[in-house]
Design a protein around this ligand. Sequence first.
Ligand SMILES: Nc1nc2c(ncn2[C@@H]2O[C@H](COP(=O)(O)OP(=O)(O)OP(=O)(O)O)[C@@H](O)[C@H]2O)c(=O)[nH]1
Ligand SMILES: [Mg+2]
Length: 463
Amino acid sequence: MSSVPTFAVVGHPNKGKSSIVSTLAQDDSVRVAPEPGTTTECREYPMRVDGEVQYVLVDTPGFQRARRALEWMHARETHAGAHRAVVEAFVAEHRATGRFRDECELLAPVLAGAGILYVADGARPYGPDFDAEMEILRWTGQPSMALINPIGGRAHVEEWRAALSQYFKIVRVFDAHAASFEARLDLLRGFGQLAEEWRAPLESAVAAIAEERERVHARVARAITEALAEMLATVTTRRIPAGADPSDSRESLQREWQDALRARERSARRAVEQIYGHRALEREERPAELLEPDLFSIDHWFLWGLNRRQLIASGAAGGAAVGGVIDAAAHGASLLAGLVLGAAVGGAGAWWSSARLAKVRVFALPLGGQLVRCGPAASPNFPYVVLGRALNHHARIAGRSHAVRTPLALGDGPDENWIDRLSPEQRSALDRSLRALRRDGADAAAELARVLAPIVAAGDAPG
Ligand SMILES: Nc1nc2c(ncn2[C@@H]2O[C@H](COP(=O)(O)OP(=O)(O)OP(=O)(O)O)[C@@H](O)[C@H]2O)c(=O)[nH]1
Ligand SMILES: [Mg+2]
């Protein structure tokens, strides 16, 4: 057996073999598709932490003609001790001819020393056809485990369990698409039980993966902080001649300002997805982002940021009226003060209409002409909204299996306000570091990232 524990994921076509490889290797480049026969060749997917391979998963094509293959083997069976040799002879004989192509392909890594992970679908009934597959695998004599993947339901899980346990010592239910981080680690510990020499490497793999997860949370906190610092500092400006009407520039400057912030939010999301190794999401997700309320859909700010009660309690409104006007004394002439960005604000969000997300101001330039400027975001709630949205996105990414190929749906927002879940200490630390960030810009970022890391980690709870 090779020194790095290696596991071949085998079974009938279309049972989620590649999905299991994808999830456990944390690799979204594995081909997963609804059509049977998607995987036609074996391929190794090493799971690395810090560049070091912890274990290897081998994706394989499904059995096509297991019964015929077993017949061939039975015809050459002499005694139980020779079973493995018969399987080897089967592969040796058919490899070159192309008969039993898929069987030869999937048996090769097993005969080379890989452990067997046999995958069954718990939503479909068990049938004797599967016996031949399991019997062939048993003949190889390799350590093995059965996984029941409940694709679309658990109706036949118990029936499968009874059948599988006749062939496999360890039978587990593992949902390739919905398994939590903890469930994945637990399965890896199970792999360590398959062979004595795999126990220690799998234990250290589990420890390495868990430690890496903490580093991931810290990196995510830094990525979010960096984006927030830039978003808080974002302004858009335009020079216009002396005497020109600044209100002509107003709308386009506001639009540019909003677009710049949306783009920065998007790039922060891409960064978080990359940190989690979701490399293909960028291509798939774009249209789905539209399923989520826009950053500037102020009606939704209740969900993402401080709600009205929290805003009053925090004193962030600085004693101003609810939804208060927080713009500290305007710098320079303020011809266009009081413009509210975003379209008409109605219903529950109406009280925000005075929040003045970003003012448009006009400055006289020393050498003539005028500078029209939009931003920065003045609302005390703005950083909370940005954080709330970022944390929601992070939770979806952290909980997403690398096997899932459907677009990411971010939804309307959280059921529960994230700020309510913070401890009073976290609340005030966050408040302090957000104020510092506004005041000192990037210099205060490290402290915010430190405060944010455990909040990010809490969003990655098993579930
Ligand atoms: N909902 C859900 N769908 C799953 C799950 N596992 C697999 N699928 C779906 O089942 C289909 C087949 O999954 P694959 O992982 O490609 O299966 P496979 O066994 O590798 O298939 P072949 O390579 O064709 O033999 C895909 O459409 C998957 O999205 C699961 O746990 N939950
Ligand atoms: Mg496959």
